[in-house]
Design a protein around this ligand. Structure first.
Ligand code: HEM
Length: 427
């Protein structure tokens, strides 16, 4: 048993590089742990799987930051840009039922698994385009040249952002990811521009839809089948969606679906490149044209080193206990998904990468009413990305000492700053 006095320090450079020893210590010695976050905010960390799953589904834990007992400080708490700006407050990740139920129902009618499945060929096309960009060179940075652009262009396409405007989104998103989503000057400006652009786009699409089917000559991705048009149609059929809500919804889809997917692809490739056995099995199965292992592999990579780490925020609306610890009303509670997903009480050999793992009810996409809306899209992108890289560049290898890789430490996301690789150039 670990020495109680040896609690690893949280939020240091070592922690950002490898938080799992600290999580193991917390699960064993202080599974519901009071700590001071780097922002100065006091919060509870919930690290055991059973407690985490229960907390994620507990209606007494609100997502609305207005339930936080402390007055909002100068620094962001959730890390979501614009979290306290009134016009972005109405997004899914900041609200509770009944507003959440109504908005989630509306967006679910637009964000259907069918729409995502139809999007498969487009994701493959984008993936190939980015691999084409470096395949002849024999080396690349998989974060900047691949994992970063793929999700942003994919979401822009899905939302219906016209192709000529998508580079602006890449730049705004780049600003957010570089600065970890904090409310610093450049980030705030990017959020404002993105938000203004989305409001204008919604106006335009509403007008186009009202004008009838004449827009059928619109370029691909800009037609009436896009998600924003779907949202507008859903709101025009009975249920009410205000312009603010529509813009906040489009924004949260971009925000929630961007850095997460960058890091699922980045962390996932990093794990494969540093685990030659499982990687060879996956590559063999892809060479045989099978997809079964790819599907369980993406879930296992998400469980083993998922992008959403110290999230996700909740606020106690009433005094309650979690894992026997009393929590006061107004206290912030952080469910540590990355710790819960390595809990030996739930997962056999939790630190082992087992791409065939089938008993894998991981919490990487959350649980309960806020369960990730974009999970089908994330799975599609991750499967396409990993399969394409391993098939087109079969001898892909890390071009840096794993110990030299730098991780972006944050309160929400865990991901690499760069992932340098080398391979035999494609001819
Ligand atoms: C919610 C993870 C990709 C949209 C969540 C939550 C998690 C999560 C953990 C729950 C947060 C909570 O309970 O507080 C991930 C991961 C992804 C991913 C690991 C990629 C690997 C996406 C994508 C989209 C998306 C691609 C959309 C394009 C959303 C939305 C919510 C959400 C809208 C809020 C749902 C609600 O509150 O009802 N995601 N996500 N996510 N995710 Fe994802």
């Amino acid at each position: 048993m670990t020495d109680r006095a040896a609690m690893p320090e949280l939020f240091t450079w070592e922690f950002a590089t490898d938080p799992y020893p600290a999580y193991a210590w917390l699960r064993e010695h202080s599974p519901v742990h009071r700590t001071t976050l780097p922002s100065g905010v006091e919060a509870w960390l919930v690290t055991r799987y059973a407690d985490a799953r229960e907390a994620l589904a507990d209606p007494r834990l609100s997502k609305n930051p207005l339930h936080h007992a402390e007055p909002p400080g100068a620094r962001g708490k959730t890390g979501i840009p614009g979290e306290r700006s009134a016009d972005l407050m109405t997004h899914l990740l900041n609200i509770d039922p009944p507003d959440h139920t109504r908005l989630r129902r509306l967006v679910s009618t637009a964000f259907t698994p069918r729409r995502v499945a139809r999007f498969g060929p487009r994701v493959q096309q984008l993936t190939d385009r980015f691999v084409d960009g470096f395949a002849a060179r024999g080396q690349a940075d998989l974060i900047h040249e691949f994992a970063f652009p793929l999700p942003i262009y994919a979401i822009c396409d899905l939302l219906g952002v016209p192709a000529e405007d998508q580079d602006d989104f890449r730049d705004w998103a780049g600003m957010m990811i570089r600065h970890g989503g904090g409310p610093r000057g450049g980030v705030a400006r990017s959020v404002k521009r993105m938000r203004a652009y989305l409001t204008e786009l919604i106006h335009r699409k509403r007008a186009e839809l009202a004008a009838g089917p004449a827009g059928s000559a619109a370029p691909a991705g800009d037609g009436p089948d896009d998600l924003i048009s779907g949202l507008i149609r859903a709101s025009d059929h009975g249920e009410h969606l205000t312009e603010n809500e529509a813009a906040a919804m489009a924004f949260i889809l971009l925000f929630a679906g961007f850095e997460t997917t960058v890091n699922l692809i980045g962390n996932g490739m990093h794990t494969l490149l540093t685990h030659p056995g499982p990687r060879a099995d996956l590559q063999d199965s892809l060479a045989r044209g099978e997809t079964g292992l790819l599907e369980t592999a993406v879930e296992e990579l998400l469980r083993h080193d998922g992008p959403v780490e110290l999230a996700t925020w909740r606020y106690a609306t009433t005094p309650l206990t979690i894992g026997g610890r009393p929590i006061a009303a107004g206290d912030p509670v952080l469910v540590v998904l990355a710790a819960a997903d390595r809990d030996p009480a739930r997962f056999r050999a939790p630190d082992t990468v087992d791409l065939t793992r089938s008993d894998n009810p991981h919490l990487g996409y959350g649980h309960g009413i806020h369960y990730c809306l974009g999970a089908p899209l994330a799975r599609l992108e991750a499967r396409t990305a990993l399969a394409t890289l391993l098939t087109r560049l079969p001898d892909l290898r890390l071009a840096a000492d794993p110990a030299d890789l730098r991780w972006r430490g944050g309160l929400i996301m865990r991901g690499l700053r760069t992932l340098p690789v080398a391979f035999t150039p494609e001819v």
